[in-house]
Every structure is written in C-alpha cells, then in structure tokens.
Design a protein around this ligand. Structure first.
Ligand SMILES: Nc1ncnc2c1ncn2[C@@H]1O[C@H](COP(=O)(O)OP(=O)(O)OP(=O)(O)O)[C@@H](O)[C@H]1O
Ligand SMILES: [Mg+2]
Length: 247
C-alpha cells in the first residue's frame, strides 16, 4: 500500500521585515489511504499553514511533499492548480459557496474545469454527491435559503464530486452549534468508514478531534504528538444521547 501523503523535513518560513518566522519547522509524516486525521494545536501553531501546503495552495520553503506519488515541490503554479483540482477536495469554516448559485450548481463547479465530462455526467455526479450528504431535497435552493449545517453539507458534496484522493477541512465545524457539528461529524465519519475517503480535519477543539482516528498536534510549527485514537467516538451515538430540546 503506498501512502497518499509523504512529507519529509518540511519547512515553511515567512519573512517579515528582518525577521523570519518558521510557521512549520521540520515536519515529517505520512498519510495512508483511508485515514481520518485531525490536526490540533493552539492558535498560531501552524495548522492552516500545513493544510495549505497539503492542499497545494502554498509551497514549502524547503523539504519534500509527495502527493499520491507526485513531487509537489517540482510543479509550476498551473500544474499545482491542476493537481489540486484532480486530487483534492476542500471544506472551509465559512462554506465558500457562490451566493447566487443553487446547491446543485455549486456542487457541479469543480467539474466545469474538466472538459472530458459532459453536462449530463456533471449533473449525475453532482446528484450522487448530494445524495452522499443527504441533501437532494434541497438541490435547487440558494445558499441563503439553507441553514449553516446544510450549507456545509453542500460544501462537502462539492469537495466529494471529483472523487478526490483526500479531503481537507479547516475548522469545518467552527461556525456551527454543537448539535449541527455532531451531524457534520457523523457525515464525515460515514464518508471515511463507508466510502473509504481519506480525510484531514483541522480543529482546535479536542471534542471534535475525538471523532477522528489519529491526531497530529502542532506547537510552534513542530509536531509534538502523533497519536492513534484507540477509542474513536461515534458521532451517531453522541447525537442519540443529546437531550431533546423542548420549546
Ligand atoms: N502569510 C503569512 N505571512 C507571515 N506570517 C504568516 C503567514 N501565514 C501564517 N503566518 C504565521 O505562521 C504562524 C502559523 O500560522 P497559522 O495560520 O498556520 O496558524 P493556525 O494554527 O492555523 O492558527 P489558528 O488556530 O489561529 O487558525 C503564525 O505565527 C502566523 O503569524
Ligand atoms: Mg488556522
């Protein structure tokens, strides 16, 4: 089994005037297919910087990054964008949906860059991604007509539609109340367990990290812990045990 991600001695330095800040300082790890990893650490520890590099949105200052066998450091900007589009799906805290565009059209967007896919195929793929997040009944709604949790499910469907090798999420439950966060975690656990998707999930909440199978903890740009979670919580169970709100 070959790894999806291989990172060796990765450094990302930012120059600020005379000073250089190493947001990532000699990081090495691998990710295998089917893993569900949380990246934890306090504010400024380097989580977003790492996710941006994993997502080919940014390049390391030094060190190596192989994504699904491709040496990312050697690629041009255009090649990087193509790799990103083909291999990765993204979910952000603020959903990043197009406002005047229906749910299904938002999900179709990543496929528009691929001229081998017909309009009919595009619709079919978008529909099955919306099915995976259980939102086909809202496919013609605009983002403003959806709840926060529903908007995040559209964003997850959009991340899935290309059948990426890995899904990257940055504080994807950060704007949601706890019940909705658990619903999103239940969905993501299902994508990992049932559909076999490889997922990297940045969060600063230990409660959310407890639903993932492995946790990498950063401090000052270094990995201080990389633990397998032997007692993964099931979001489905947590939801079932939440008290019912009465109004
Ligand atoms: N574009 C940039 N230019 C200069 N410094 C940066 C840049 N991006 C990040 N940094 C610095 O790198 C460090 C890590 O930032 P990063 O955004 O990765 O933290 P984080 O762990 O995601 O924090 P948070 O939990 O607040 O989102 C910080 O010290 C930050 O100031
Ligand atoms: Mg961040």
């Amino acid at each position: 089994m070959s790894s999806i991600v291989e990172i060796k001695n990765l450094v990302r330095a930012f120059k600020m005037g005379d000073e250089t800040v190493k947001a990532l300082n000699d990081i090495s790890f691998t990710i295998d297919p089917g893993e569900f990893i949380s990246i934890m650490g306090s504010s400024g520890s380097g989580k977003t910087t790492l996710l941006n590099i994993l997502g080919c949105l940014d390049k390391p200052t030094s060190g190596e990054y192989f994504l699904d066998g491709t040496n990312v450091g050697k690629l041009s900007k255009n090649e990087l964008a193509a790799l990103r589009n083909r291999k990765l799906g993204f979910v952000f805290q603020s959903y990043n949906l197009l406002a005047r565009t229906s749910a299904i059209e938002n999900v179709e967007l990543p496929l528009l860059y691929n001229n081998e896919i017909s309009a009919k195929e595009r619709k079919e793929k978008a529909l099955s991604a919306l099915e995976a997040v259980k939102l086909t009944n809202r496919m013609h709604h605009l983002p403003s007509q959806l709840s926060g949790g529903q908007q995040q499910r559209v964003a997850i469907a959009r991340a899935l539609v290309n059948d990426p090798v890995m899904i990257l999420a940055d504080e994807a439950t950060g704007n949601l109340d706890s019940r909705t966060s658990y619903e999103i975690m239940m969905l993501i656990q299902e994508l990992n367990n049932v559909h076999g998707k490889t997922i990297v999930f940045v969060t600063h909440e230990p409660d959310i990290a407890s639903f993932t199978k492995r946790t990498i903890t950063l401090r000052d740009g270094r990995i201080i812990k990389d633990d397998v979670n032997n007692n993964v919580r099931k979001a489905r169970d947590v939801l079932q045990n939440l008290p019912v709100l009465t109004e």
